[in-house]
Design a protein around this ligand. Structure first.
Ligand SMILES: [Zn+2]
Length: 231
């Protein structure tokens, strides 16, 4: 019984401390839910939430994107078909790493990709290969279509350029890591892909890879939609 009272007392003291702590000027912004996202913030459990807040705020999103090395131009909002549109989108034409091909995507997706490069891709490539990632290969962001190209059903996140299908990475040592070939590999390539997949889950709302189903055997689907999944 005594122990229960002690636990209650600790709880009563802890709640105000944790409610007040984020207001302290030295409290890290990365751990403050209402502080805007900064590229240098190490991904944590708040990151995906902070990026999702950029969805409805194109100005803030572009300000965050301007902190990255991505070269981009805003794309005017426009509808392209039933349930298909570009909204708060940017055309990415350059970056420290080469995106092959260049692409147009929602601004939050571009922010997540910049975060992925800095916090996940480069550290993992350095650790596994002692090299840098020089290019990211993908098979597209935008497609006015339903999930799995079905005739009926929900629109894919690709219909609003809010998703990317990543297929391979090129390295500064001439290496190329390909999801179709290297997923499940027991060496450095396999470890690199696992790290990238798991790291992407902190930055994107949905990440689907080869372990999810046969349709994703060749790529990582990463999107900034409303559903959370890491498979
Ligand atoms: Zn996809």
């Amino acid at each position: 019984m005594k122990r229960r009272w002690a636990a209650l007392l600790v709880l009563l003291l802890a709640v105000p401390v944790f409610a007040v702590l984020p207001f302290h000027p030295d409290f890290p912004a990365a751990w403050t839910p209402w502080a805007p996202l900064r590229l240098s913030d190490k991904p944590n459990f708040l990151t995906a939430y902070k990026i999702s807040r950029l969805r409805k705020d194109p100005r803030l999103c572009r300000a965050v994107l301007a902190q990255t090395d991505l070269v981009f131009t805003p794309v005017p909002d426009h509808r392209t078909g039933p349930g298909c549109a570009f909204q708060n989108a940017v055309r990415v034409t350059g970056a420290d790493i080469r995106f092959m091909p260049g692409f147009t995507a929602s601004c939050p997706l571009a922010v997540s990709l910049a975060m992925l490069e800095r916090h996940v891709l480069q550290p993992a490539a350095q650790r596994e290969f002692g090299a840098k990632v020089t290019a990211l290969e993908h098979v597209g962001t935008y497609a006015c279509r339903n999930l799995y190209n079905r005739q009926q059903g929900r629109r894919s996140e690709h219909a609003t350029a809010n998703a990317i299908d990543v297929t391979a990475f090129r390295l500064s040592n001439g290496g190329r890591i390909e999801i179709t070939r290297d997923w499940g590999d027991h060496g450095a390539a396999g470890r690199f892909l696992l790290t990238v997949h798991d790291g992407a889950c902190d930055l994107f709302d949905t990440v689907l890879g080869p372990d999810f189903n046969a349709a994703h055997r060749t790529h990582f689907h990463m999107d900034m939609g409303r559903f959370w999944a890491c498979r």
